[in-house]
Design a protein around this ligand. Structure first.
Ligand SMILES: NC(=O)c1ccc[n+]([C@@H]2O[C@H](COP(=O)([O-])OP(=O)(O)OC[C@H]3O[C@@H](n4cnc5c(N)ncnc54)[C@H](OP(=O)(O)O)[C@@H]3O)[C@@H](O)[C@H]2O)c1
Length: 253
C-alpha cells in the first residue's frame, strides 16, 4: 500500500515548506499537495528532492474541492501517514467594515473544509500516523480587528486538542500548531495587498520543521518559538476582553 502525506494549502508559505520537508522523509512514497494555484504546485513538485510531490489543484472552500480529496482517497486507499490541515486565510479590519462574502469564505476554508477533510481522511490513518492542524496564536483569545479569524482559529485549536485526546488510544497523534507572525503571503492576503509580513516574522521553513519535530515527539501543541508560548499563556491569563482591546489598539494595520 502506498505511504503518503497530504498537505492542504501547499502552494505557498507554511504548506509549501511542510510539503518539501515531508517529501524528504524517506519513508513516504508521495506527498499529495492541495491548493488552488496549480502553477505554484507544479513548481513545488518539479523541485522535489525526495518522494514525489503530487500537485492537486482544488478550491477546498467549495464542496467540490473537498469532495475531490475524499474521492481520491477512496479510489487509491493509501496508507496515510501524515495529514497536514494547513489551508487557511485571515482578514484584517473591523467586523463592521468587512464584506460578508469574505467572512463566510474564510469560515469555509478555515473551519468547514478543515473539519470535513479531517473526518474524510480519518479512516486512512492508522496507529503511528497522525494529523497536524494549523491554528494560530490568534486562537488563544479574541482579537479586536481580527474577530472572525481569531474565532476560526480558536475552533481549530479546540478541535485539535480534543482530537489528540480522542485518538490517543488508537495510537494516532494530533499536533496543533499555534504560530505568531510567519513570513508568508498571509498578511498580504489578509490585508487585501496593503501590507506584507511584519518585522521579526519567523521563517516558514523553520516553523514547519519545528512543528514536524513536535509531531514526531507526540506533542499536542507546537508553538515554534518560546516567545509565542509565553504570549499564549499571557493571552489566556489576561482574559478575553483585555486581549481583544489590546489587539484592536496594537494590531490594526
Ligand atoms: N503567516 C502567519 O503569520 C500565520 C500565523 C498563524 C497561523 N497561520 C496559518 O498558517 C496557515 C498557512 O498560511 P501561510 O501563513 O502559509 O499563508 P499563505 O502563504 O497565504 O498560504 C495559505 C495557503 O492556503 C491555501 N488556500 C487558501 N484558500 C484556499 C482554498 N480555498 N482552497 C485551497 N487552498 C487554499 C493557499 O493556496 P491557494 O491560494 O493557491 O489556494 C496557500 O497555499 C493558515 O491556516 C494560516 O491561518 C499563519
Amino acid at each position: 500500500m502506498k505511504k503518503i502525506a497530504i498537505v492542504t494549502g501547499a502552494s505557498s508559505g507554511l504548506g509549501a515548506e511542510f510539503s518539501r520537508l515531508l517529501s524528504e522523509d524517506s519513508g513516504l512514497d508521495e506527498v499529495w499537495a492541495f491548493a488552488r494555484r496549480r502553477d505554484n504546485l507544479d513548481r513545488l513538485a518539479a523541485a522535489a528532492k525526495g518522494a514525489r510531490i503530487r500537485p492537486l489543484a482544488a478550491d477546498l472552500a467549495s464542496p467540490e474541492g473537498v469532495e475531490s480529496l475524499r474521492s481520491l482517497l477512496e479510489l487509491e486507499r493509501p496508507d496515510l501517514r501524515v495529514l497536514v490541515l494547513n489551508a487557511g486565510r485571515g482578514s484584517y479590519g473591523p467586523f463592521s467594515d468587512t464584506a460578508k462574502d469574505g467572512i463566510l469564505d474564510m469560515i469555509d476554508i478555515n473551519v468547514r473544509s478543515l473539519t470535513e477533510t479531517a473526518k474524510d481522511a480519518l479512516p486512512y490513518l492508522a496507529a503511528g500516523s497522525g494529523m497536524v492542524l494549523v491554528a494560530s496564536l490568534a486562537g488563544m483569545g479574541p482579537l479586536g480587528g481580527r474577530a472572525v479569524y481569531a474565532a476560526t482559529k480558536a475552533y481549530v485549536l479546540s478541535l485539535g486538542v480534543a482530537l489528540a485526546a480522542e485518538l490517543r488510544q488508537r495510537g494516532i497523534r494530533v499536533t496543533t500548531l499555534c504560530p505568531g507572525p510567519v513570513a508568508t503571503e498571509f498578511a498580504a492576503v489578509a490585508s487585501g495587498g496593503r501590507v506584507g509580513p511584519q518585522d521579526g516574522s519567523a521563517s516558514p521553513e523553520r516553523i514547519a520543521r519545528r512543528c514536524l519535530e513536535d509531531f514526531a515527539a507526540g506533542k499536542v501543541l507546537s508553538y515554534g518559538r518560546l516567545g509565542w508560548r509565553l504570549t499564549a499563556a499571557l493571552m489566556r491569563l489576561s482574559g478575553g476582553y483585555a486581549t481583544a482591546r489590546f489587539s484592536l489598539k496594537h494590531l490594526m494595520r
